[in-house]
Design a protein around this ligand. Structure first.
Ligand SMILES: C[S@@+](CC[C@H](N)C(=O)[O-])C[C@H]1O[C@@H](n2cnc3c(N)ncnc32)[C@H](O)[C@@H]1O
Length: 253
């Protein structure tokens, strides 16, 4: 196992990780990553974030609800949401390649609509959705206050938003959001929003924070770092949060 990890880490260094790491804008990155995104079961960020989001979704009664998955990508949470029998689940994303993968997986489900759109201007009427889920997407997009206002506009009075992002601690520590395609590693550019940026954007959009979670790097993901040959990184980073998750509520009007 250790020998395999050493080989993998040497290969990565040779093929672009380290000083030769190539940074991509989100559009180019996710178009490139789409094909293998769902196979990224070694992605620690996704693992730790799901630990909170899946039970949260499980706890909600969503039968007959209108749900928006904002920046849905390949639809990581769509099966779980569709099993709750919503009236409609709408997913939007700016990457056509990510949407293609979601389409391939869920095309036969008549409760689902997929839309190619951007956070900047949502093609939905005001007050439509009971719940908005947006995972690991908003911190790829400039103008957080405007994004939160636009998400709140399409939310019903009293509706909730479940939002996750890369933790500002990781951004301050200079951690990269990397992925590998054909043995080459790339980093996706993201915006290092601070906790204050998030809280100010929520309050200016009229959202109240109901719950906050900060899943950390711990023993449960140690094997993923070992498989990447990154035991040193694990030892230095255990106990540190990797994502920041908010449950938000729009005021009842
Ligand atoms: C890390 S992926 C997350 C996908 C999915 N929500 C998940 O958790 O697996 C980030 C997604 O945000 C999308 N995205 C980035 N910028 C966007 C924008 N301006 N408008 C809509 N989607 C965007 C990307 O195309 C990508 O699918």
């Amino acid at each position: 196992m250790r020998q395999r990890a050493t080989i993998v880490s040497r290969l990565r260094r040779l093929l672009g990780n380290g000083p030769n790491l190539q940074f991509l804008d989100p559009k180019e990155a996710y178009d490139l990553w789409a094909e293998t995104y769902d196979a990224a079961d070694g992605n620690v960020l996704l693992h730790t974030e799901e630990r909170i989001i899946r039970p949260l979704l499980d706890s909600l009664h969503l039968a007959d609800a209108e749900i928006l998955d904002a920046g849905c990508g390949t639809g990581r949470y769509m099966l779980q949401l569709l099993e709750k029998c919503p009236r409609r689940l709408v997913g939007f994303d700016s990457s056509l390649r990510m949407l293609d993968i979601a389409q391939g997986k869920f095309a036969s489900n008549s409760s689902l609509s997929l839309v190619n759109a951007s956070f900047a201007k949502l093609p939905f009427p005001s007050g439509r959705f009971d719940l908005i889920l947006s995972t690991l997407a908003v911190d790829h997009v400039p103008g957080l206050a405007g994004i939160m206002r636009e998400l709140t506009r399409v939310l019903k009075s009293g509706g909730r938003i479940i939002l996750s992002c890369f933790h500002p601690f990781g951004a301050l520590a200079g951690w990269k959001r990397t992925f590998s395609v054909h043995f080459r590693t790339y980093a996706v550019r993201y915006i290092p929003y601070s906790v204050a940026d998030y809280l100010n954007a929520f309050s200016s959009a009229g959202l109240t924070v109901v719950r906050v979670e900060e899943p950390v790097i711990d023993e449960r993901v140690k094997h993923l770092y070992t498989a990447m040959g990154k035991e040193d990184f694990y030892e230095r980073s255990k106990g540190h949060p990797l994502s920041l998750i908010f449950v938000l509520q729009k005021a009842i009007s």
